[in-house]
Ligand binder design. Structure first.
Ligand SMILES: Cc1cc2nc3c(=O)[nH]c(=O)nc-3n(C[C@H](O)[C@H](O)[C@H](O)COP(=O)(O)OP(=O)(O)OC[C@H]3O[C@@H](n4cnc5c(N)ncnc54)[C@H](O)[C@@H]3O)c2cc1C
Length: 392
């Protein structure tokens, strides 16, 4: 008979693997941790398809603080995730985000800046002249200003971070099972076991839903309606013959975003809500690039009139339909069922803070390092949506 597992995590992406690592790395936690991951190639989850961006320019204090912890974590990543003194390389490239603003966006830019500065974020406000001087390749004719991260922002290889958490977790004693979870046994408001596709029943004390875009399916097995949907996003990779120097991760007022990737560039844009259906396929819409994204890129950076689309991929956000922010912590009624879901477009950078937070909740029954109670499941019931102004 299978021994009862102390913690069973459904999903071994960057979030599930970070939780597994933080549990086993905590001296106060002495139980077993098992991760169920149906896709050992890690090819199809959100993580491997992520842009890997880390930014501090949010408007919600906790979102800022989570990314600040990511910076701290990245600074010590080899010490924390290295095995046998082998350094960990997640290809972190520190470079600021530049949020561009038209006249009508300036009040929001300033109010966001006040929150960010209040938390010690190294960010600068620029006017149109500053933009023209700092980024001579940019068309600033319709811009009133921008907000530039001066340090502590950048991008990394998301797959490598996932694997670093996973390998370290395994080295600390976490068991990964390459199986699909297919149902949950629920007894008197507790989940008693996770059932796997091969018929295995895994009894567990604490069950964590870290299933990314599939999180609502897992929640439904316990009778919980989780407002997280799989929504498709694209990344288009293109080259340009003209050199664009000092290019930040640029967020155009239209929502089109772009950053350098080696000698090439990545671009994308979330669709309008009325054209953003639930979706699980990976088909790429090249028309969205040609008809919508490219004209905006060429307007903003005239050198992008002449570019070559090199490749593209699709991935899925675990889209929180209420407020596009994380849903963290245990369910108010099914109390041994924990959520780490709904990250929409910013879960990669929140993985260290979320891993630490869920490990604290399981170990101590409360957050110890950073109070993330605002992201609780209860807010979905009371309607206290989190209003994050910098959603990309
Ligand atoms: C195009 C794109 C760009 C993005 N850019 C950024 C960015 O710049 N910065 C940022 O912070 N975030 C970004 N994100 C979001 C970020 O990638 C996600 O928030 C993050 O990777 C979520 O990690 P996860 O572990 O929750 O999900 P996933 O990586 O999807 O992991 C969930 C895992 O659960 C497994 N699973 C699901 N169901 C089952 C089951 N029944 N049984 C067993 N296993 C199961 C899946 O196989 C999967 O491996 C982006 C996402 C996309 C798609």
């Amino acid at each position: 008979m299978e021994a009862t597992r102390d913690v069973v995590i459904v999903g071994g992406g960057v979030i599930g693997s970070a939780i597994a690592y933080f549990l086993k790395a905590a001296p106060a936690f002495s139980g077993t941790v098992t991760v169920i991951e149906k896709d050992p190639s890690y090819e199809f989850g959100s993580t491997a398809r992520s842009w890997g961006g880390v930014r501090q320019q949010f408007s919600t204090p906790e979102n800022i603080q989570m990314s600040q912890y990511t910076q701290e974590f990245l600074g010590q990543i080899s010490r924390l995730l290295g095995i046998d003194d082998t350094p960990v390389d997640v290809s972190y490239h520190e470079q600021g985000y530049l949020f561009l603003a038209e006249d009508r966006h300036i009040p929001r830019l300033y109010s966001n800046n006040a929150i960010q500065k209040g938390l010690g974020v190294n960010v600068g406000l620029l006017d149109a002249d500053d933009l023209a001087r700092g980024f001579p390749w940019m068309n600033v004719s319709d811009l009133a200003g921008g907000s530039l991260g001066l340090s502590g922002e950048g991008w990394l290889d998301a797959y490598s971070l996932n694997q670093a958490f996973r390998k370290k977790a395994i080295s600390l004693g976490v068991t990964y099972i390459a199986q699909e979870a297919v149902s949950l046994d629920v007894d008197a408001n507790r989940i008693s076991a996770v059932r796997l596709a091969d018929g295995t029943r895994l009894p567990g004390g604490h069950i964590v839903n870290a299933a990314g875009p599939a999180a609502a399916t897992i929640a439904k097995w316990a009778g919980v309606d989780l407002p997280v949907r799989s929504r498709k996003r694209f990344a288009y990779s293109f080259s340009c013959r003209t050199e664009i120097t000092g290019c930040p991760l640029l967020i155009d007022p239209s929502g089109v975003h772009m950053r350098p990737e080696g000698k090439q560039f990545l671009a994308g844009c979330s669709p309008p809500p009325e054209n953003d259906p639930d979706c699980t396929d990976f088909d790429v819409d090249y028309g969205w690039f040609e008809e919508h994204i490219w004209p905006i890129l060429a307007h903003r950076v005239p050198a992008f009139e002449a570019i070559k689309l090199e490749s593209a991929w699709a991935g899925h956000y675990a889209y929180n339909t209420i407020d596009q922010n994380a849903i963290l912590g245990s369910h108010p009624e099914v109390t041994n069922f924990y959520f780490a879901n709904g990250f929409s477009g910013h879960g990669l950078q929140q993985s260290p803070a979320v891993g630490r937070a869920i490990a604290e909740l399981i170990t101590f029954g409360e957050y110890r390092s950073l109070d993330l109670n605002r992201f609780s499941f209860e807010r979905l019931m009371t309607g206290e949506a989190i209003s994050e102004h910098n959603i990309v």
